[in-house]
Write a protein that binds this ligand. Structure first.
Ligand SMILES: Cc1cc2nc3c(=O)[nH]c(=O)nc-3n(C[C@H](O)[C@H](O)[C@H](O)COP(=O)(O)OP(=O)(O)OC[C@H]3O[C@@H](n4cnc5c(N)ncnc54)[C@H](O)[C@@H]3O)c2cc1C
Length: 433
């Protein structure tokens, strides 16, 4: 296997790693690779989960074949480097969709399992790992099949940040759908209380909120709730993707521009709401049609803060939004969702409650603000999403992830030499017992 020296980043581009990267095309190469390095997917995690500075990583994206598919049951077996959006494209028009899809179709199946990702249907369908029937895991050169019955290893692998071995392939139960178009209803929420009430009352299969993180006083927490159901029919093909060709200057996301953009974005939905029919990719992966949109934050990159807090602590999110709006640092990308209780791994992010995700340009003031938001998350009994994090401190991890010790036990057994550690694991001392 060839190892090439590379400098690479996660999606946020704020943290950088240099090291050797292999991109094997054949599963046979993974036995050797698993003795040397952790696996990464499409590097769509924002921080350092997919970085191994000074070490090696195995890029799985060439291992992207569909191995078997049963039209009657919707059970599919795929290699771990397949992108979840490709899986949706392949089977949506046959009546099956990946049961859970994150907000980017570029996430690989391996990355979706290792982060136990959630989607716009978490309140109904739970997390990605809850639909995984079997994982082909390669540990220190040996291949084994892991099912939910192998409780300790399954729970340490799903949401397990790649620390139990290389996920080579997985058998997934897909979710029946009516077709590959989606009917989306958008409604305005005029403020925080109305937004929470709309989220609580929603009975849609898929729902997600965009929130105007620059709005203050009476408008605080205003935004747009999108609710959606799949359907069948013929509609125009998705629009062609565009590329951001260079790093944007720092004023591109300055306070007045973001405020102006957010106001226009909010007002584009009439106060009576509106319904439209779209290709599924436009609803599930709205940002994927602009390639390299992360360059809009300029050379220094950006951070996404994402937390979840229990239902009873919804007010903590309101307080966070107040702080964020006062800071003038937020970007237009801000999402509010209600989550159910579904999670499949010891280190899975979801908990029943509300999740808030907001992007900030990578500047000292924003890093300071995020530190304060992390503190507020812990005080509210919530947790941070490690797929997005680049800044948290080790001290918060035990409170936020109460099953950390169970995960550590399984990981120590699976990878005693620590060859699978990444920058995230080292920064947060996650494997230090
Ligand atoms: C625009 C955007 C929207 C997003 N929306 C959501 C969302 O709605 N919900 C959500 O949950 N997440 C969301 N994410 C986060 C993203 O889904 C996760 O970070 C996911 O893990 C990325 O997959 P990847 O293949 O790029 O993995 P990478 O970022 O490359 O790796 C992530 C982790 O998985 C491990 N890993 C990857 N492949 C393997 C493998 N084959 N074997 C073992 N370990 C492996 C890596 O070691 C690393 O720890 C979003 C990200 C973006 C950029």
């Amino acid at each position: 296997m060839r190892w090439n020296p590379m400098t690479y980043t996660g999606w946020g581009r704020a943290l950088i790693a240099t090291g050797d990267v292999a991109r094997p095309e054949r599963k046979a190469a993974l036995a050797e690779a698993s003795k040397l390095a952790p696996a990464v997917g499409n590097k769509r995690s924002y921080g350092d989960a997919c970085l191994n500075d000074g070490g090696k990583v195995v890029d799985m994206t060439r291992l992207d074949r569909v191995m078997s598919y049963d039209d009657a049951t919707g059970i599919v077996e795929v290699e771990a480097g397949l992108a979840v959006g490709d899986l949706a494209r392949l089977f949506g028009n046959k009546g099956w969709l990946p049961a859970v899809m994150p907000g980017t179709g570029f996430a690989t199946i391996g990355g979706c399992i290792a982060m136990d990702v959630h989607g716009k249907n978490h309140h109904e369908a739970g997390s990605f790992g809850e639909h995984v029937l079997e994982i082909t895991l390669i540990q220190n050169g040996k291949t084994r099949k892991v099912t939910p019955k192998d409780t300790a290893l399954f729970k340490a692998t799903v949401g397990g940040l790649g620390q139990t071995g290389i996920i080579a392939a997985a058998k997934l139960q897909m979710l029946a759908c009516k077709g590959d178009v989606i009917m989306v209803t958008e409604r305005r929420a005029e403020g925080w209380d109305e937004f929470i009430a709309l989220l609580d009352a929603s009975e849609a299969s898929y729902s997600v909120g965009w929130i105007d993180a620059t709005a203050r006083s009476n408008d605080l927490g205003r935004g747009i709730l999108e609710e959606a159901e799949t359907g069948a029919g013929l509609i125009p093909a998705p629009k062609k993707s565009k590329t951001v060709p260079f790093n944007a200057p720092h004023f591109a996301l300055s306070k007045p521009i973001v405020r102006m953009f957010n106001k226009a974005y909010y007002n584009r939905v009439p106060s009576s709401g509106r319904t439209s029919v779209k290709p599924i990719s436009e609803f599930f992966f709205p940002l994927d049609k602009i390639h390299d949109w992360n360059k809009l934050y300029g050379k220094r990159g950006f951070h996404q803060f994402q937390c979840v807090v229990p239902i009873a602590s919804a007010d903590a999110l309101r307080d966070m939004l107040e702080l964020i709006a006062d800071s003038g640092l937020a970007s237009p990308l801000a999402v509010l969702k209600r989550m159910g209780s579904g999670r499949a791994g010891h280190m899975s992010f979801p908990m029943e409650g509300y999740t808030l995700a907001i992007d900030f340009p990578n500047r000292a003031a924003a890093r300071h603000l995020i530190g304060r938001l992390e503190e507020m998350t812990e005080d509210a009994g919530g947790r941070l999403y490690l797929a997005k994090d680049a800044l948290a401190k080790p001290k918060r991890m035990h409170a936020m992830y109460p099953e950390l010790k169970d995960w550590q036990k399984a990981v120590a057994k699976a990878d005693p030499e620590g060859v699978l550690t990444t920058d995230l694991i080292r920064r947060l001392n996650l494997r230090d017992v």
